[in-house]
Design a protein around this ligand. Structure first.
Ligand SMILES: C[S@@+](CC[C@H](N)C(=O)[O-])C[C@H]1O[C@@H](n2cnc3c(N)ncnc32)[C@H](O)[C@@H]1O
Length: 216
């Protein structure tokens, strides 16, 4: 796992943090063993905190993989809360369902199989919180639809906006990153910075998060 802050700091903070559910460790180990690109624990913990802080009841995620970030958010939802998470890879979606069931939060989380580009036009908002962790060219392409699906004052959280530092001019990235994805993320960041529909703050947590509040 490459980190943008010093690994000792990451380890120290991880040592202080309490997991909301032990199944998170199981999913993280499985993801790392297979080299799956799941969020870092600090990103998961921040998603959990945001879900709680906002009192979110309806949450949407793009890019479930095997359900790690979904589990962080679902464990923060109230009993009547609901997470819809999208994954185009059917086998991963099946494993995500199993993990959510093992954690006892399956009633709060629906894992849908399909491509976000098509699926997002079939669902209705409003969502309190949307977590965008799908393919990087899709970040900008789906932004208008996500804006429609978000309630005023709701938050769109986007992962990997620092892309191991590859989007930062003059910085040698902590790991090799695909040039097309790097260009897509750089364009997305520049767009968000100028988009009056959102107020965005970028935080160097995990691989970089953009937290964009929909202006009412
Ligand atoms: C970075 S991983 C998600 C990791 C997950 N959020 C976590 O932290 O546990 C990205 C996942 O999104 C899926 N994906 C990418 N683009 C997608 C799209 N347009 N629609 C649905 N799924 C997509 C990929 O198959 C992959 O499993």
């Amino acid at each position: 796992m490459t980190t943008l802050v010093h690994p000792a700091v990451v380890d120290y903070l991880a040592g202080l943090s309490r997991l909301p559910h032990p199944q998170l460790d199981v999913v993280a180990r499985e993801g790392h063993a297979e080299g799956l690109p799941i969020v870092m624990p600090d990103t998961g913990a921040l998603l959990h905190a945001l879900t709680r802080l906002m009192g979110a009841r309806r949450v949407l995620e793009i890019g479930t993989a095997i359900g790690y970030s979904a589990l962080w958010m679902a464990t923060a939802l109230p009993e009547d809360g609901r997470l819809i998470t999208l994954e185009r890879h059917a086998e991963r979606a099946g494993r995500a369902r199993e993990h959510l069931r093992s954690a006892g939060v399956e009633a709060k989380a629906s894992v849908m199989i399909g491509d976000a580009a098509r699926f997002l036009h079939k669902i209705a908002g409003p969502f309190d919180l949307i977590f965008q962790d799908g393919d990087k060219p899709g970040y900008l392409a789906l932004l208008d639809r996500l804006h429609v699906l978000l309630r005023p004052g709701g938050a769109l959280v986007t992962d990997n906006v620092l892309w191991s530092g590859a989007v930062v001019p003059g910085l040698a990235p902590a790991r090799e990153r695909n040039a097309d994805d790097t260009a897509a993320i750089a364009a997305y960041n520049a767009h968000l910075a100028a988009d009056p529909r959102f107020h965005t703050v970028w935080v160097p947590v995990g691989d970089g998060l953009a937290i964009s509040t929909k202006v009412a």
